[in-house]
Design a protein around this ligand. Structure first.
Ligand code: PEP
Ligand code: MN
Length: 337
């Protein structure tokens, strides 16, 4: 249930409503907007009667939410969520641009690529130190060493870094270095992991599981939000279908669908969707045109030698040229890049 307060509601009004919600065994989530405060009552709503609030002078309206995801729903907030990390935003007019290698492979490579993508216009760096590989014999990532190189790249470029967390046991370690925690497609329904990142005060990129419906994806976001962390960035990275010409099928329609169902920002990862470097640009253009709030692009200085995802990684020069062309697409839909 969502309780929308009138513009003049006081802190005392908020506290009274919160007490009533807690008294019925539910949790109160308070969201203070520019004009209005909204209180979400989360839990078993059978214990809560809307009449308990509807008559209060401070209350404008009470809404029962029918979708199974509440805190992340459009009903909870009409305003788009904008997430700011060290001065860089995700969800505003300017598109967020996450770029970097699939895996952090070494110091010089990470710092060098960081500088190249930064000068091309990237606003965030990416790079995996813990890699979810299909084969246990494939390169698994440099672990903490990789995190240190990422932090060095951040210091050199001033750009916040995003990196994947695969295991709740690594949460303290990864949080020490990362500005944004990435939950990969393979872990989208690792509910214990979602609950743990929900307790952090750090933005989380939640990638869509390769076989997840949009509703399942939003329910996973709700796991994070219901623990208190509402700084969630959704990332469409393609889904598995019968088509084999691409690594995954890029579900461009999920972008406007999610934007209508949720207030959270949505970025697109055309690299993992395509699996092929030649397809990254057209999919990125489609994502921007469809309303994505940003892109995540894999870049490597020598894709043929990359330890993971070389075939879909752009060389820094190709990345730089692509961004120049994508800027026009962004401008055409009222965004900047
Ligand atoms: C990645 O970003 O390198 C990655 C492993 O992505 P996904 O979880 O979408 O496969
Ligand atoms: Mn990758």
């Amino acid at each position: 249930m969502i309780i929308v307060l009138r513009a003049g509601a006081t802190e005392e009004d908020v506290r009274q409503i919160e007490d009533t919600i807690k008294g019925r065994g539910l949790t109160a989530h308070i969201s203070r907007g520019v004009e209005r405060t909204i209180i979400g009552a989360i839990g078993d709503e059978r214990n809560l009667d809307p009449d308990a609030f509807e008559g209060l002078p401070a209350v404008e309206k009470v809404l029962r939410i029918l979708v199974p995801f509440k805190l992340v729903s459009r009903e909870f907030s009409k305003e788009n969520t904008v997430i700011t990390v060290n001065g860089k935003t995700v969800g505003g007019k300017a598109l967020a641009l996450f770029a970097g290698p699939c895996s952090v492979e070494g110091r010089d490579m990470m710092v060098g690529l960081g500088e190249r993508v930064a000068s091309a216009g990237a606003t965030f760096l990416r790079g995996g130190a813990f890699k979810p590989r299909t084969s246990p014999y494939a390169f698994q990532g440099l672990g903490e060493e990789g995190l240190k190189y990422l932090a060095e790249a951040r210091d050199r470029t001033g750009l916040p870094v995003a990196t994947e967390l695969m295991d709740p046991r690594d949460i303290d370690l990864v949080s020490r270095y990362a500005d944004i925690i990435q939950i990969g497609a393979r872990n989208m329904q690792n509910f214990r992991l979602l609950t743990e990142v929900g307790k952090l005060d750090k933005p989380v990129i939640l990638k869509r599981g390769m076989s997840a419906t949009i509703q399942e994806w939003l329910m996973s976001a709700e796991y994070i939000a219901s623990e208190g962390n509402q700084k969630i960035i959704l990332c469409e990275r393609g889904i598995r279908t019968y088509e084999t010409a691409t690594r995954n099928t890029f579900d461009v329609s999920s972008i406007p669908v999610v934007k209508s169902l949720s207030h959270l920002p949505v970025i697109a990862d055309p690299s993992h969707a395509a699996g092929k470097m030649a397809l990254v640009e057209p999919l990125a253009a489609a994502a921007i045109a469809a309303g994505a709030d940003g892109l995540m692009i894999e870049v490597h200085h020598q894709p043929e030698k990359a330890l993971s995802d070389g075939p879909q990684s752009l060389r820094p020069e190709a990345f730089t040229q692509m961004i120049v062309r994508l800027r026009k697409v962004a401008e055409a839909v009222g965004r900047s890049l």
